[in-house]
Design a protein around this ligand. Sequence first.
Ligand SMILES: NC(=O)c1ccc[n+]([C@@H]2O[C@H](COP(=O)([O-])OP(=O)(O)OC[C@H]3O[C@@H](n4cnc5c(N)ncnc54)[C@H](OP(=O)(O)O)[C@@H]3O)[C@@H](O)[C@H]2O)c1
Length: 329
Amino acid sequence: MWIIYVLLVLLASLWLYARLTCGRCVCPRDRVSGKTVVITGGNAGIGRCVSTELVRGGANLIIGCRNTAKAESLKLECAEKGFKGKIQVLHLDLQSFASVRKFAQEVIGISPSIDVLINNAALGVPEEIVKSEDNFEVTFQTNYLSPVLLTHLLLPIIKRDGGRIVNVSSIQHLMGSEVRLAKNKTCPRRIMCFGSFVYGDTKLAMNYWTRTLAQRLAGTGITVNCCHPGFVLTDIFSHSYGNIAHFSLRLLANIYAKTPEEGAQTIVHLVLSRNASIISGKYWSDCAEVRFPRRPLKKSTAAILWRNTMEQCGIEEDDRQREEMSGSR
Ligand SMILES: NC(=O)c1ccc[n+]([C@@H]2O[C@H](COP(=O)([O-])OP(=O)(O)OC[C@H]3O[C@@H](n4cnc5c(N)ncnc54)[C@H](OP(=O)(O)O)[C@@H]3O)[C@@H](O)[C@H]2O)c1
């Protein structure tokens, strides 16, 4: 019997710890009023809550996602609640470079300039290695390559002096490997919990890219940061019943995890806080800048990864420089 009491106390303490350590963004929401924000995956999970908060504050939001019906339902919900902001919904499939290019073209057609780009959409841990139409592992393309391409395509219209890029990363970048990234390798299926390594690689790559991009954008007035939203109970775990580890994770999530509203806080903070318009290339958690929870990112890996990524996304060097220098709106 005492084991049950100990377990209950442990679980209650975990729950209390999660609530007490959860960062909350206290910035006035109307700071985003009239600003144009593009968010990927703003229709579900954490992204849906970020979208709600920003539209409540008066943002003009462009949501890119596959399930546009879900985004339309959010649009209706926000209109019914009388929120000041507006939502436009566009189809985007990050598993396809063609779709990313079409989406970017449509955004540029709708809005001559944007204030914030939030790369939020992602897939969770995969159970199989599946290749995309562009011949990349789908998690790597969805979570990393396509956000890079999208950012590159939208860079010319992101406002200088105050424009922000927010990349949603994860603490699971700790499962990522510099060696795999530098060698362009996917973790093989035969390794136990390989899906967590595949997912970890995508988030580690995102951290590296955030830092390198911040260095390249220094002096342009655009900041780029990445964040860990916390351990949040969303559908990202719904495909993860494959083995005992993932089943346990789901169980733990039900007790310990943040709600999607709580998970949205750090992302919202990066959109609203004045600090995030000065600080760039950093990693944030619970609404504060924190150290990358890993040994320092290696310069050599950063350089190789950047080069590989540009090639994989079909981004030419000249093109990149032009994009970075142009469009000081
Ligand atoms: N939940 C957590 O504990 C946790 C922890 C650390 C980091 N994160 C990160 O937080 C972000 C949001 O995750 P979440 O927990 O909110 O996940 P989620 O509930 O599963 O939502 C994922 C979102 O990504 C979109 N998406 C997935 N594949 C897409 C594709 N190919 N093209 C376009 N959109 C796509 C989905 O839109 P559709 O419905 O249209 O596919 C959905 O809006 C992710 O970057 C995730 O890695 C989450």
